[in-house]
Design a protein around this ligand. Structure first.
Ligand code: PDD
Length: 284
């Protein structure tokens, strides 16, 4: 795999040669943001939406975008070309850069560290689409700016690990009695025939897949609304879905060990999933 190159600060170099300073604020403070962008058949999916969110994350942590959108497009295109025509996911990260000393306040004049890598997309286990996945509910222990795609992910790591140890694939996070989103995914439920997802706020990441699901629902004339979801609504929901760039739209068929929709992916999930696949195919 040595011929596979990653992007680091203006250069395409082998992964094993990509090194960052121990004084980098991304390393010391998690002072950095990231994006994960899928590429289907080698074509970046919803790229402008991801670049727009990247812009918002940088703005929220008082950083300028170190590259223009054109420069991002160019470097990402080079990365995905290495797995030409294949499904892959691109990870990119921008840190505030390395400072001479460790100081919580932000020093002037730092040069951001820019890193990007593409890796082949692991195929989604087909059983997910026939059996669905299990999730558990957990207290949302994260901070108050979850709309920023920050690399400071320790709460998400611990929540996801707890889910795994309890035999579940994802944790659905509850804050002040409301179900917010997954540890690394957005939340949808179907209640009384209506698709519901929580409105955007600083408590959740504005997911690119989430927005596409709403667009597809509108195009297909399926009833949907953006509305807070009470934790109790999860118990009575007809369907629960979780969405993300790496796992698309997952039907949750067991929540806290109780079956949802008799333990089977629901009808509306199947519809939206088909629209999603058709949308992807149009871009191939
Ligand atoms: N995570 N909410 C959280 C907390 C997330 O971490 C993610 C995605 C999403 C879904 O966003 P999108 O549809 O834009 O991928 C929602 C990525 C995949 C990750 O951290 O690897």
């Amino acid at each position: 795999m040595n011929s596979i190159k990653v992007y680091l600060n203006g250069e395409f170099i082998p992964l094993t040669e990509a090194k960052v300073s121990v004084m980098d604020r991304g390393f010391l403070f998690g002072d950095s943001i990231y994006e994960v962008i899928p590429a289907y058949s080698g074509r970046l999916f919803r790229l402008q939406h991801h670049l727009h969110r990247l812009e918002n994350s940088l703005h929220a942590i008082h950083m300028e975008n170190p590259l223009s959108h054109g420069e991002w497009e160019e470097l990402l295109a080079i990365l995905v070309l290495q797995y030409a025509g294949k499904d892959q996911s691109v990870y990119l990260q921008v840190t505030r850069g390395a400072a001479p000393s460790r100081d919580h306040t932000i020093p002037e004049g730092l040069i951001p560290t820019i890193f990007a890598i593409s890796t082949p997309f692991p195929a989604v286990d087909p059983q997910i689409y026939t059996r669905g996945i299990s999730a558990i509910t957990l207290d949302d222990i994260r901070w108050h700016y979850c709309n920023i795609k920050a690399t400071t992910l320790l709460p998400n790591v611990l929540l996801r690990q707890e889910a795994k140890e309890r035999g579940a694939m994802e944790a659905i996070l509850v804050r002040d009695g409301l179900a917010i989103e997954g540890a690394a995914s957005n939340l949808f439920i179907v209640d009384d025939g209506q698709i519901i997802t929580p409105p955007k706020s600083e408590h959740l990441l504005p997911g690119v897949t989430r927005d596409l699901v709403l667009e597809l629902a509108a195009e297909a004339d399926l009833p949907y609304c953006e509305m807070p979801i009470k934790a109790e609504q999860l118990d009575s929901a007809d369907e629960i879905w979780l969405t993300s760039s790496t796992r698309e739209i997952m039907p949750v068929t067991h929540l806290d060990d109780r079956p949802i929709n008799n333990g089977k992916p629901g009808e509306l999930w199947q519809k939206i999933f088909n629209h999603f696949q058709a949308y992807k195919d149009e871009l191939r």
